[in-house]
Design a protein around this ligand. Structure first.
Ligand SMILES: C[S@@+](CC[C@H](N)C(=O)[O-])C[C@H]1O[C@@H](n2cnc3c(N)ncnc32)[C@H](O)[C@@H]1O
Length: 323
């Protein structure tokens, strides 16, 4: 197709009220088909068809995860930029657009309070729950070995839960900071760190989707079994990268893609694992490159979950190291 033909097809895809509303919603972040359906109040097949049209026109990108599909505004330099330019002409206060956005905020608030309620209930027994998933000792040994490779002054553990990572790495750092949005988890972490005599780590309650007050910055930021709960993992990676000192590392440990829908329905997971390709895209947008990936399969159970460890480094620092 000629460039003219392509442009006309792209403009046609956007020039329909429902699809323009969808683009405005996707500009707020990645959304599942179900979320778009709930917001627009239209039938799911109709919503799927419109979203597919936007993806075919290059205005949106689709990514499948288990039984769910997620859409986001295209990162593509030409059609993505065109979508953003069109949305720039849209009045954000238009009643229909503002109403869609308000519904999206309500859906996100409901997800957040569901996750908070889940963590509030399991805070006391979280350490037992986390051990059920995977060969925890093997993973912890790998995390420790990676952290040990360089001298660590400051470590930040995002989504610290009961503070296990701060406790594990305590012999390696001078100052540790754990952040978690659950008051109950933070209370357990405080008690545990104090019982383990880890006086050089503090924990505080905050949302890691908000910018992190990292002071002079960290050498090592850990996200252990956290990103699959997060609405916008890319935003958290941007925050993690900003919290780093030059030459610092981010370590993400999370499930590989899986099909256990019950983790989403019953355990507040937002994503059924994270693929290396997806991590690369999010990392890249945050100025981070994956420098190492390792997989840990759970051989104990036939449908056990595989855990992936991704070590990411700040791109600029790596370029400078190479010079
Ligand atoms: C599965 S637990 C993992 C805890 C810990 N990293 C570990 O491996 O034991 C996930 C933690 O992320 C926290 N969390 C989820 N979303 C968060 C957010 N937006 N901001 C801060 N913490 C969050 C939860 O409260 C919970 O403690």
């Amino acid at each position: 197709m000629s460039r003219l033909g392509e442009l006309i097809a792209t403009l046609k895809a956007a020039s329909e009220p429902t699809r323009l509303r969808m683009l405005a919603l996707l500009a707020e972040g990645e959304l599942s088909v179900k979320e778009v359906t709930d917001i627009l109040g239209q039938s799911q097949p109709r919503v799927s068809r419109h979203l597919r049209l936007l993806a075919d026109a290059g205005l949106a990108e689709r990514h499948a995860e288990g039984a769910w599909a997620y859409y986001r505004l295209s990162d593509n330099a030409s059609s993505g930029a065109l979508a953003r330019a069109m949305l720039g002409r849209l009045d954000r206060d238009d009643p229909m657009i503002a109403n869609d956005r308000a519904k999206l905020e309500a859906i996100r608030a409901a997800h957040a309070s569901r996750a908070a309620a889940y963590f509030a209930t399991i805070a006391e027994r979280w350490d037992a729950v986390r051990g059920m998933h995977v060969p925890e000792t093997e993973i912890e040994a790998a995390i420790y070995a990676i952290a040990q490779r360089r001298k660590l002054d400051r470590v930040i553990d995002l989504g610290t839960g009961t503070g296990r990572m701060l406790e594990l790495l305590a012999p390696l750092y001078r100052h540790g900071l754990g952040i978690d949005s659950s008051r109950e988890m933070i209370a357990v972490a405080r008690a545990k760190l104090s019982a383990a005599d880890v006086g050089h780590a503090q924990v505080r309650q905050a949302d890691i989707a908000d910018p992190i007050e990292a002071g002079e910055g960290a050498d090592f930021v850990v996200l252990h079994q956290v990103l699959h709960y997060i609405e916008e993992p890319s935003a958290v990676l941007v925050n993690a990268a900003r919290a780093l000192k030059p030459g610092g590392w981010v370590l993400v440990v999370d499930f590989a893609p899986h099909a256990h829908e019950t983790l989403r329905s019953d355990h507040a997971h937002r994503r059924l694992g994270l693929s290396t390709a997806q991590m690369e895209v999010w990392g890249h947008a945050a100025g981070l490159d994956i420098v190492e990936t390792r997989e840990f399969a759970n051989h104990k159970s036939p449908d056990g979950l595989t855990v992936c460890l991704h070590l990411l480094a700040l791109r600029n620092a790596r370029q400078q190291e190479a010079k």
